[in-house]
Design a protein around this ligand. Structure first.
Ligand SMILES: *Cc1c(COP(=O)(O)O)cnc(C)c1O
Length: 852
């Protein structure tokens, strides 16, 4: 029978006057971290709230007018609206608190933060995983801390994909176009108050991009998109998908982000004084900034130097292959025009992206050459990055090169469950919010009575189980599963009786994260988790990149295991992982598992989200957990040594996993006292919150970016720009002089002091240097001394030699140092010379060094 087509018409309600400010709430991503705001919308119509993917703007367009009119007359509801608005107004109007980082910024300071993805809330799908959510958290904390800050990114029409997992475990990626009307964005207005556009050059054409503005509390995010009629269909596609397409598509995206992003800020009349490249994708901003200075008359090297002085680069990748790179021909095609404007040759241009790893143009290398502040995202990752990037500073030991680290944190208000927020308000008073980074303050978590603590834990677990139950049922019926089968799957998911030990594993399905490690020995696993009175439930979720075949195989493998009779109902895989599901899972499970291949988890953040909610981490000592674990706040899988092959490492690490699960986690969880909970478990869970919350929150993280990098970068940028960039020009000319002469620099000892001296005596050290045309003030001659039993670079004490004149016979430069060691016993020392002058940002930034 013919049924005819179905068409859709959307009927929008008229918002009653008393509720008009709901529209303001819907247009500020503040709702992404303020749960009471979201609850307000949900209360109006819970079903619709879920149906519109927790998107307040769409919600307000589709909710029934009758419902709004009723709500506008409902005194209780209005009181809640007023409470939410008052919190909103307080947040936005509150005078700056004293002692904050912002006080150290100068008038006119502005940090510009560039990233390819941002995760604020599930209703705004321009993120794929950890990197984006970290960027979102960075912005949220910048707002909380009232930093002078703007962020720049791309507005993807389709965002990242939505995930369906079929009965066989195949991941089906679906893309749907966002209607920009649905997103909390508005067209950005230029200095003239009109909608503005920016233009970027691509080979043979100019592409036009829209600029959108997104309110994130106090700060603004600007997003570019190229989906404009004036562009060719191919160019309109540039900002269609996050991490979609081939390397041509990626380079075009990165040009729109890096080059277009700088142009957008300029058109907006914004003048950043600090630039932050968050992962290499945004590194082309370095070239656009240099282009601007070259147009003002600087030579390219000085322009690069001037820009680098106030640029921060954060790398998130622990393997060289993960660093974004392009074929030389590709970059040359796309940057021919730019090279011309920069007045540099193809060779000079290609050298900016060169590494010893191969001929490709490497975005990390470009970012490093275009910045003077560089960091990894955990202590371990900082060390790994120092080694990966060591070739940038060829004569330095990696330990000493300028690659440092700032360990990631998560945004507390976003990821700390509302139940905890309410409990903390009750127990500690409102002030706990101002003590987020005070470690001592959080020892008071022990003051919370165990039964109250446990009831919050159980309530969060019930809510999580409720959601998982719902999602698994939906998934199961869509995949044509039977009712009886569903009952078996949900056997251990009982929101009314949340007493099965539940372990969560949710993150991108990338192979290094080893989601299937627990199935290395299925028999052993089955023994552990199948005891009738001590069952264990595993919940998995996550997306694999559509081009990542091995990642998708992992999903199939886990789905396959979940169908095995011994694991049915004990291993569940929930599709469609996003921030909403993440918030529920991290807060609701008992244990959060992470078992990556060491040291490939640059930081990881999901375990932090779990830990602050009292879910206990059970993870490989890698990334942030390498710093977070203290023996009392979780369980550690000490990684097998890296010299072992993959097969043996998997065996070792999985054996550790089974032993800890069997001997410690399961017995401890089920060691329930009269009250129905394990006191030991609660102790560990409290330790988890008390130790992790103050250390791994994004306010601490952003505070470190401010004190380690932003403030100094701002000063350095100003120093270099002063008087027509004279200092940048000087440094750049000086570096050229050093590079030309350095190979001929030599150091030799003139006088060898006695091997044994009395405490209190001075020893004289004398060295003669061949400076090959350099001046004595171009170098620093240094003695480093430490105890023989110490082996870290930071254990050295440093002493500078002074220049005394020329050695008559040879014309060498004589440097001496008189030193009275302040301790007795054996002391090791080394003597070295490196190029130095006071305008440098980092004393070792040239990466050159000659040792005696
Ligand atoms: C926190 C988060 C991640 C990052 O998880 P890791 O375990 O750190 O990789 C990925 N996706 C979502 C939705 C998250 O909330």
């Amino acid at each position: 029978m013919k049924q005819g087509n179905t068409f859709v018409i959307e009927v929008n309600p008229k918002i009653p006057r008393k509720l008009l400010r709901l529209e303001e709430l819907a247009n500020n991503l503040w709702y992404g971290w303020d749960k009471p705001t979201r609850t307000l919308f949900a209360r109006l119509h819970p079903g619709l709230w879920d149906a519109v993917g927790h998107n307040p703007k769409v919600f307000l367009r589709r909710v029934d007018e009758k419902r709004l009119v009723e709500a506008a007359e409902d005194q209780v509801f209005l009181a809640t609206v007023n409470r939410v608005l008052s919190a909103y107004d307080t947040y936005h109007n509150e005078p700056l608190r004293r002692g904050g980082n912002h006080e150290q910024f100068k008038e006119g300071d502005l940090i510009a933060y560039f990233c390819a993805e941002f995760g604020f809330h599930e209703s705004f799908p321009i993120y794929s995983g950890g990197l984006g959510i970290l960027a979102g958290d960075h912005c949220k904390s910048a707002s909380d801390l009232r930093l002078p800050f703007v962020a720049v990114g791309l507005l993807y029409r389709q965002g990242y994909f939505s995930q369906i997992i079929d009965g066989e475990g195949n991941q089906i990626a679906t893309y749907s176009d966002s209607d920009f009307e649905d997103l909390p964005i508005l067209p950005a207005l230029g200095e003239d108050g009109k909608e503005m556009h920016v233009y970027v050059d691509l080979p043979g054409r100019i592409v036009k991009a829209n600029v959108w503005q997104v309110r994130v509390g106090h700060i603004m995010l600007y997003l570019l998109d190229t989906d404009l009629e004036e562009n060719t269909p191919e160019d309109r596609n540039i900002t269609h998908q996050l991490y979609g397409g081939d390397s041509n598509m990626r380079i075009m995206q990165e040009i729109v982000l890096g080059v277009g992003g700088v142009r957008a800020l300029r058109a907006l009349g914004l003048k950043p004084t600090v630039w932050h490249i968050n992962e290499g994708y945004a590194a082309f901003l370095v070239l656009e900034r240099a282009r601007y200075l070259v147009a003002e008359g600087l030579d390219f090297a000085s322009a690069l130097e001037a820009g680098a002085g106030n640029t921060v680069f954060t790398t998130h990748t622990p393997v060289p292959a993960g660093h974004d790179h392009f074929a030389e021909n590709t970059v040359c095609d796309y940057f021919q025009h730019m090279c011309h404007e920069l007045k540099i040759s193809r060779e000079v241009f290609l050298a900016l992206g060169r590494t010893p790893d191969g001929p490709d143009f490497n975005m990390t290398a470009l970012a490093l050459r275009g910045s003077r502040f560089h960091n990894g995202v955990s202590r371990i990752h900082g060390e790994v990055s120092s080694r990966i990037c060591a070739s940038q500073w060829p004569q330095l030991v990696p330990e000493e090169n300028p690659m440092s680290y700032v360990t990631n944190g998560v945004h507390m208000p976003t990821f700390l469950a509302q139940e905890w927020i309410d409990l903390f308000d009750n127990q500690f008073g409102y002030q706990w919010r101002h003590n987020l980074t005070e470690q001592g303050y959080w020892e008071r978590i022990d003051e919370i009575p165990d039964h109250l603590f446990w009831s919050v834990r159980q309530s969060l677990k019930s809510q999580m189980l409720e959601l998982v139950r719902f999602r698994i049922s939906q998934q199961h019926f869509r995949n044509n599963g039977s009712e009886a089968h569903l009952d078996r799957l949900l056997k251990h998911i009982d929101p009314l009786n949340p007493n099965v030990l539940t372990i969560g594993f949710a993150r991108r399905f990338a192979t290094y994260k080893r989601a299937a490690l627990l199935f290395e020995d299925p028999t052993w696993l089955s023994q552990i988790i199948s005891e009738a009175d001590r069952p264990v439930l595993f919940i998995f979720a996550g997306k694999a990149h559509p081009a990542d075949r091995p990642g998708q195989d992992l999903i199939r493998h886990i789905q396959g295991m979940s169908h095995m009779p011994e694991f049915e109902g004990k291993v569940l895989l929930v599709e469609g992982y996003d921030m909403g599901l993440a918030r529920r899972l991290v807060a609701g499970v008992d244990v959060w598992l992470n078992n990556p291949v060491y040291p490939l988890e640059a930081s990881g953040t999901s375990g932090i989200k779990a830990g602050i909610n009292g879910a206990i981490n059970f993870s490989v000592l890698d990334g942030w957990w390498g710093e977070g674990y203290d023996g009392t706040n979780g369980w550690a899988i000490k990684p097998a040594p890296t010299y072992m092959d993959d097969y043996r490492r998997n065996k070792e690490d999985s054996q550790t996993f089974y032993e800890i699960l069997q001997d410690r986690i399961v017995p401890q969880y089920y060691d329930r006292g009269k009250m129905g909970y394990s006191a030991e478990w609660i102790r560990r869970s409290k330790r988890s919150i008390g130790t992790l919350l103050p250390r791994f929150n994004s306010n601490r993280m952003v505070g470190e970016y401010v004190s380690h990098f932003y403030l100094q970068a701002s000063r350095q940028g100003e120093l270099y720009a002063r008087d027509g960039y004279v200092n940048a020009k000087n440094v750049s000319a000086w570096k050229m002089k050093i590079l030309a002469a350095w190979e001929g620099v030599e150091i030799r000892r003139l006088y060898t002091p006695k091997k044994r001296i009395q405490f209190g005596d001075k020893v004289r050290f004398e060295v003669a240097l061949k400076l090959n045309g350099l001046a004595p003030e171009d170098v620093r001659v240094e003695l480093m001394m430490r105890r023989p039993n110490r082996n870290e670079m930071k254990d050295y004490l440093h002493f500078s030699f002074s220049f005394q004149g020329l050695v008559e016979a040879t014309g060498e430069h004589l440097f001496t140092l008189d030193l009275a060691p302040d301790r007795c016993g054996h002391l090791d020392y080394k003597i070295r010379v490196y190029p130095w002058q006071e305008l440098l940002t980092h004393p070792l930034e040239m990466g050159l060094m000659v040792w005696l």
